[in-house]
Design a protein around this ligand. Structure first.
Ligand code: NI
Length: 255
C-alpha cells in the first residue's frame, strides 16, 4: 500500500492495525554515463513498493533529494545541505506522528545520506531524553545493500566491477523498474578509478565520468529483477519485526 495512492480513510483504517510506515529515502545525483539521476531514490522506492504490496505495509512517498554536494559538478544533481535535510526529516516525522504513526523505517539508497539521517534521529529523540520521558516513537535506518545476504548476492552477480558509486547493481535495479530508460554506453576505462570523496570540483577531477570503481555497463533489467526479489525477501521480515516491537511506554506500563 502506497500513501500517495491511498485515501485518508484508508490510512485511518491502516492505522487501526499498524503504526508503522516505510519511508524510501535517496538522492537526485549523477550516476555515471549510463545511470539515471534518480537511481538512489528509485532503488529503495521500487524495493519498498514490491515488499509493501506483498506484506501489506504502508510505504510513504520517497524522500528523493538528499546530501549530494559532491556530485554538483555534474548537470542534474540536486542537493540538500545536512542541516536542511535534518529539518525536513523532523517535519515528516512530526506530520506522521500527529496521525498516530510510531514506527518509522527509513529505507535508504544513498551512502551520503547515512550520517545526516542518523543525526536527524538524534534530533528527534533529544527532546524526550531531556525530559526523561520515553519517546513514543522509534526510527530505524537500513541501507538496502545492508539487508541480510544482499551485499554477498550483488558481489556474486558482479564479482568484477561492482565498485561503490554508479554500481551495476543499482543501475540494474533502475533498468528493471524503467526498461525504456536503459542506456547503452561503452565505459572508458572499463572499471572506474577509486579514491576519496570530498567537494564537487575534486570529485569531478578524480572521477571524470562520475563512476567510482564500477562498470555499470554490466547492468541489465533481468539482473535488476533478481536483486529486487532478493531485497524484498529480506526486507519483509525485518520491517514486520520492527513494526511489531513493543513501545517503551507500553513496556513500562505492563511492568
Ligand atoms: Ni547510488
Amino acid at each position: 500500500m502506497q500513501l500517495h495512492q491511498a485515501s485518508w480513510p484508508e490510512v485511518e483504517t491502516y492505522l487501526a492495525r499498524s503504526k508503522g510506515i516505510v519511508i524510501p529515502i535517496g538522492s537526485t545525483e549523477q550516476h555515471g554515463p549510463n545511470g539515471l539521476l534518480g537511481t538512489d531514490a528509485i532503488c529503495p522506492e521500487v524495493m519498498a513498493k514490491a515488499a509493501g504490496d506483498d506484506a501489506g505495509f504502508l510505504v510513504a512517498p520517497t524522500f528523493n533529494v538528499g546530501v549530494a554536494q559532491h556530485h554538483l559538478g555534474f548537470p542534474g544533481t540536486i542537493t540538500l545541505t545536512p542541516a536542511t535535510m535534518i529539518a525536513a526529516i523532523q517535519d515528516w516525522l512530526s506530520s506522521l506522528r500527529r496521525h498516530g504513526f510510531e514506527r518509522f523505517y527509513f529505507f535508504n539508497g544513498h551512502g551520503g545520506n547515512i550520517a545526516t539521517i542518523e543525526a536527524a534521529f538524534a534530533e528527534a529523540y533529544a527532546p524526550w531524553s531531556f525530559e526523561a520521558d520515553p519517546a513514543p516513537f522509534a526510527c530505524k535506518l537500513r541501507n538496502w545493500w545492508d539487508l541480510e545476504g544482499v551485499d554477498a548476492y550483488q558481489n556474486e552477480l558482479f564479482p568484477v566491477g561492482l565498485g561503490s558509486h554508479a554500481t551495476p547493481s543499482e543501475v540494474a535495479v533502475t533498468y528493471a523498474a524503467y526498461p525504456d530508460a536503459v542506456k547503452d554506453v561503452a565505459m572508458s576505462p572499463k572499471i572506474a578509478p577509486n579514491g576519496p570523496v570530498r567537494d564537487a570540483a575534486d570529485y569531478r577531477a578524480r572521477f571524470p565520468d562520475g563512476r567510482i570503481g564500477s562498470d555499470p555497463s554490466l547492468a541489465t533489467p533481468a539482473l535488476g529483477e533478481k536483486i529486487i526479489a532478493k531485497v524484498k525477501a529480506a526486507l519483509i521480515p525485518e520491517v514486520t519485526a520492527f513494526f511489531s516491537e513493543t513501545a517503551p511506554a507500553a513496556r513500562a506500563a505492563a511492568e
